[in-house]
Design a protein around this ligand. Structure first.
Ligand code: M6R
Length: 609
């Protein structure tokens, strides 16, 4: 949730640190601060803009560290904001993650006379480093000695007044990367702040430390051995990470859907063999394992979990392999029953840094289960820790609400299902038909984007309702869950997603004239059943917005308002029906004047439990 930036080089560090903090705002935070060698530290509760406003003109130095904090231990105050320091104000530290044994460290140091200034777990680490940092010691040795006493997770950047042209960074469970620039080395918790300065990136792994000086950087592992890390090229442009004139990132990201579908499919459709080519599955061992897998477990959180639910129906319908879908925060604590011989875990994560998803992967790996990732952020921890996987290629997603990433996740599942199905008896003709439909999706998605006015008009009509029910069946049931999540997270309207067949088992009791339902009713194999569910709601005077496929005039007699998407293969309809729901939530949130890209209490990437 928090963000880190750092710099050592030829330039004044402060401008990059402040720009970097602004670039990281999308992650969610409640205070910000920075330390610049020779100039000192500045912190503010609230927005980065407030920090920028208080920076004096002569606040200059050639190295520094900075942080956006999202409170976990201690209130979001200036005192609790990072950077934290030790008793002698020699060591300055910014930290992402949680120091689980901070109380013990604090007690121990307080017994030795150390006085703490904040309530944070992070200060315990700053004080511990300061305490161990004797006159003849290098900063990196003090940091290493302190980290050896720490339990928990960290991405940490540390500076010292005694060694001004140096920043030491270390990682355990919280992402950190270096940007190798012409005029210095940049540090960040994700690529966004670095993109305007350099395309050359080095990702740290857990247990690694980088010692950055004006001469360059050295990376060591937990045993202090030098590690030669590859320098990878960042493909995302700085421009791609900006709003391109749209009022909100969320709208820009929804509007990119045509291109996103093309990018996710690019190079992966093998028309000659009527199958999908997925680079990560080409390895002989992985291929063999998948071919004989008897059980698939899909895991993820939030929207990624809902994408998994659609993936389940796709894989079961097309390939006939039993699939379970588990919320990662539950799966990680459950007693494992899977047989590693023939079970595959697929973890889905846009950021690739979600703590619960990572732990679910690690638990599966401990059991010897093959782990695959469906990940958007290249080089992220999920991408690196899974045995193989598929990248979404959706580009950077800045809005907290998952939109284009969700659609690309669903699409990747369509490719996985096709790939598995063709190995298990789906005919070549059926494979070809499926591919043909996949190829029509960019154009069909773009057609929906030309209908935003109609969606906006319906959204405005319902913008001030208190509750909403989203209903769907089979492929559309997870879309109902996802639609409700989107509405609640950005508009703060209470919304619930249900399988429409469940209505008479309880939720129907809620229905009255003030409790509207949005029903996903495309002309698919469940249409007649869903239409009956709409009748049940109408009989209780409930208002209904129906989302159906082009040409379905029948629905107008049942619904108060109707939205349309083009027709396609039933299994691919979720890709299309999601788009109007994203726009519907967006326009409702806009009408209610909500902070759409950064909803209250939420962060883009949930890197703590
Ligand atoms: O980065 P991830 O895909 O692992 O994130 C998972 C969820 O936190 C995420 O999908 C969340 O539910 C979104 N805010 C939903 O819009």
């Amino acid at each position: 949730m928090c963000g880190i930036v750092g710099y050592v080089g030829k330039k004044n560090a402060a401008p990059f640190l402040l720009e970097g903090l602004s670039a990281l705002e999308y992650r969610g935070y409640d205070s910000a601060g920075m330390y610049v060698s020779g100039a000192g530290a500045l912190k503010r509760a609230g927005k980065v803009a407030e920090l920028i406003a208080c920076v004096p003109d002569d606040f200059e130095g050639k190295s520094g560290i900075a942080h956006t904090r999202w409170a976990t231990h201690g209130a979001p105050t200036e005192l609790n904001a990072h950077p934290h320091t030790d008793a002698s104000k020699t060591v300055w530290l910014v930290h992402n993650g949680i120091i689980e044994n901070h109380s013990e460290i604090r007690k121990d140091l307080e017994a030795k006379g150390v006085v703490f200034a904040s309530q944070t777990d992070s200060e315990a680490l700053a004080q511990l480093i300061g305490h161990l940092y004797t006159e003849d010691m290098l900063l990196e040795d003090a940091v290493r000695a302190a980290l050896a006493q720490v339990q928990g997770t960290y991405g940490v950047a540390v500076a010292s007044t005694r060694e001004p042209e140096k920043v030491v960074v270390a990682r355990m469970g919280s992402p950190l990367m270096l940007g190798v620039g012409e005029d210095g080395i940049y540090v960040a918790s994700d690529a966004t702040p670095i993109l305007p300065y350099t395309r050359k990136a080095v990702y740290l792994d857990d247990g690694e430390m980088a010692i950055i000086t004006d001469q360059g950087y050295v990376i060591t592992d937990a045993d202090e051995a030098h590690v030669d890390k590859p320098v990878t090229s960042l493909e995302w442009s700085a421009e791609a990470a900006q709003k391109k004139g749209y009022e909100h990132f969320m709208l820009k990201e929804i509007m990119e859907v045509g291109e996103v579908i093309e990018n996710t499919l690019r190079g992966r459709l093998d028309t000659a063999n009527a199958t999908a080519i997925l680079g990560g599955f080409q390895d002989t061992d992985i291929h063999g394992y998948l071919k004989h897998a008897k059980r698939i477990i899909i895991t993820g959180c939030g929207s990624a979990y809902y994408a998994g639910l659609i993936g389940k129906t796709m894989i079961e319908e097309l390939a006939g392999i039993p699939v379970e879908v588990e919320i990662a925060s539950e799966l990680r604590y459950r007693r494992p029953t899977a047989d590693p011989k023939d079970t595959v875990l697929i973890a889905v994560s846009q950021s690739g840094e979600t703590a619960d998803t990572l732990e679910a992967i690690r638990a599966a790996k401990r059991q010897g289960i093959l782990t695959l990732g469906i990940v958007n952020v290249v080089g992220s921890t999920v991408a690196r820790e899974t045995d193989a996987g598929v990248y979404n290629h959706a580009g950077p997603e800045i809005g907290v609400a998952s939109t284009k990433a969700f659609i690309s996740q669903v699409l990747v599942f369509a490719l996985v299902a096709l790939h598995l199905a063709r190995e298990r008896g789906l005919s070549k003709q059926e494979g070809s038909d499926f591919i043909k439909e996949l190829e029509t999706l960019p154009e069909k998605a773009r057609a929906i984007l030309t209908r935003t006015k109609a969606i906006e008009a319906v959204a405005k009509k319902y913008a001030h309702t208190r509750d909403f029910l989203y209903l769907g069946r089979k492929f559309q049931c997870p879309i109902a869950f996802e639609g409700a999540l989107k509405l609640k997270e950005i508009s703060y309207i209470h919304a619930e997603g249900y399988g429409a067949g469940e209505m008479k088992h309880g939720p129907l009791a809620l229905i009255d004239t003030d409790f509207p339902s949005l029903v996903l009713a495309p002309r698919d194999s469940m249409y007649e059943k869903t239409a009956s569910n709409i009748e049940e709601i109408r009989a209780r005077s409930g208002k209904v917005i129906a989302l159906t496929t082009d040409g379905n005039d029948d629905i107008t007699r049942l619904a108060d308002d109707v939205l349309y998407v083009p027709e396609t293969h039933e299994a691919l309809l979720p890709v299309l029906t999601t788009i109007p729901l994203q726009l519907f939530a967006y326009y409702i949130a806009k009408e209610r004047d909500c902070p759409i890209d950064k909803p209250r209490n939420l962060a883009k990437s949930v890197t703590v439990e």
